[in-house]
Design a protein around this ligand. Structure first.
Ligand code: SF4
Length: 85
């Protein structure tokens, strides 16, 4: 299960993120290239744009379910609001 505290810095703020368990398999960016992509340096994927519509969120959730490393989280907003300073 992805952990918000272990997310890559590259992720844009919001509900979805990729954490450091990513094995860079590329499934998420194949399934939902509007939201996931590989970093310029390679070696990891991250969320570069958050989904907004119901259809977009469903696509991101499908990518989350397909991720073999379970490194995609969808609790970014909740965790962000509860993270201790
Ligand atoms: S599907 Fe998961 S492990 Fe594969 S690149 Fe995306 S976030 Fe990384």
């Amino acid at each position: 299960m992805a952990e918000y505290e272990s997310r890559f810095e590259d992720n844009v703020d919001g509900r979805f993120y990729v954490d450091d368990e990513c094995i860079n398999c590329g499934l998420c960016s194949e399934h939902a290239p509007e939201f996931f992509r590989e970093s310029d340096e390679g070696g990891l994927h991250f969320v570069f744009q958050q989904p907004t519509s119901e259809a977009e969120i469903e696509l991101a959730l499908e990518a989350l379910e397909e991720c073999p490393a379970m490194s995609i989280g969808d609790d970014g907003l909740t965790s962000q609001n509860t993270v201790m300073a």
